[in-house]
Design a protein around this ligand. Sequence first.
Ligand code: ADP
Length: 557
Amino acid sequence: MKRKIYSNMLYIAFVSILFTGALFLVVTYNRYMDQMKENVQTEASYLMQSLNEDENQNLENYHRISGTRITLINIDGTVKFDSSEPAKSLPNHGNRPEFRQAVEAGIGENTRISDTLNKQTYYYALKLDSGKVLRFAVETQTIYKQIMDIIPITLLMAGFVLVLSFFLSRVLTERIVEPINKIDLEHPEDERYYDELAPLLGRIHKQNIAIEDKVKELKQRQLEFSAITSNMSEGFLVLNKDLVVLTCNESALNIFNIKKEQCENHNIMAISRSKCMRKSIEYAVNQIPFEETMKLHGRRYMILTNPVLDEGKLRGIVVLLVDVTEKKKREALRQEFSANVSHELKTPLTTISGYAELIQAGIVKPEDIAGFSGKIHKEALRMIDMIDDIIKISKLDENELDLERTEIDLYQLIQEIQESLRMKARKQQVQLNVIGTPTKIEGIKQVLYDMFYNLMGNGIKYNNPGGKVVVTVSKMNGISTVIVEDNGIGIPNEDQSRVFERFYRVDKSHSSERKGTGLGLSIVKHAAKLHHAKIDLDSTVGKGTKFTVSFYPVKSE
Ligand code: ADP
């Protein structure tokens, strides 16, 4: 704008100077011409008067003084006297326009190229009283010369004015532009310097308000977006079409184990070069959604890439990383569990089928049939126990239990279990004692029942005749604790970390005597997890085993 105003000003100045110069020269020329004509006319009229009084004067003398060419023409056009050429050598001047005019009107004038001198000449003719015509001739060339003489000074002046214009244009441009530069576009409504700018500033003001509203809305959306993505456990990344990360959430940074500045504004390929990531991005670039599991830092993630399209063109890519490590582990466990279940069920079934086959074949003596049937019955009962446990553990696995939590008094619950285990304890000649005070927790009754039934049952089962099981229920510092302690056979150190595994039994031959399924402690572990409880195991072979279950207060379960 500054440039434009400046150049326009210069242009105007230049044209004005040129025009003024030319006008000045034309006016000066005309002025000179008029001056010259006036002089000639005055001179001529003086001489005319003089000649009217005495025509026989020496015109040569007069010419010498004035320097003007003087011609005296007779009435017939013949030249009587001429100050430049001998009169006789000159042709008849009867047809000269100034002569004819003078004859007719007393005065005549004409400007033309002189036949005699071949130069642009001004002629002025006056008729004398005698009828002769006195003619003055002046070359106009001298005026051109005078004009030419003043051209350099004119140009010099024009140059000076031009330089001045340069300077003034610059100063004026600055002055015009300065207030515009100083306009506060944040508050254009307060600007009053140029009235002409008011409509424009008004529009800017309106635009400012609209932009402000838009920015507020965008910020709000950004906040909502950040709140959603930052609370996501899944890794979330948004890439532009050049695969540069525009935004990523905390989980994504944790998954890639990098800092925010190493992620945002970096190409995704610089962040993860894994084959799976490359493949998923390739798919997304080709506008195909992609889904696959990939390994990263020892964990498994489901990577989901989705192209973001606008009018059929790729605008960006959304990448979602879901941690499926636990899911995969559970899947593997389930597979292993199914295999184990089949294996474990096969043993009693083989036994049952073996005994039944013997009876069917008539090999068994009639008096032994009762014993054989008893064995079949025991194995069948073991299978039922096992299936019961399998159902329980599957339900715990799938979270299919009716998970309604109620207030439960652990002491009362343990006493109920003690009651149902009374027979079993008596049979094993084991004393089962419960001590403590009412201790209430929030929990799932059936799950807690199974948990302590298994622990107390094990205390009886893995004990010696005459042994005892003591269950203590207490509460301290908000922590409810149940200790199940027996003085039975104990668990070897090397097995202690594994007894909670499914189907794990310390010594299979030894345990099978005691008819375990290997699922009891597994159920205990699950149940504890459901109640955010901690289990501690302390056992010495030959001395006994102590299970401590601690329930921590949970604000919202
Ligand atoms: P099971 O049905 O065989 O009892 P559990 O999962 O309850 O299965 O126990 C796993 C193994 O841990 C048992 O086979 C047993 O060897 C050992 N065990 C569990 N409780 C005790 C205990 N109180 N005393 C000694 N050994 C125990």
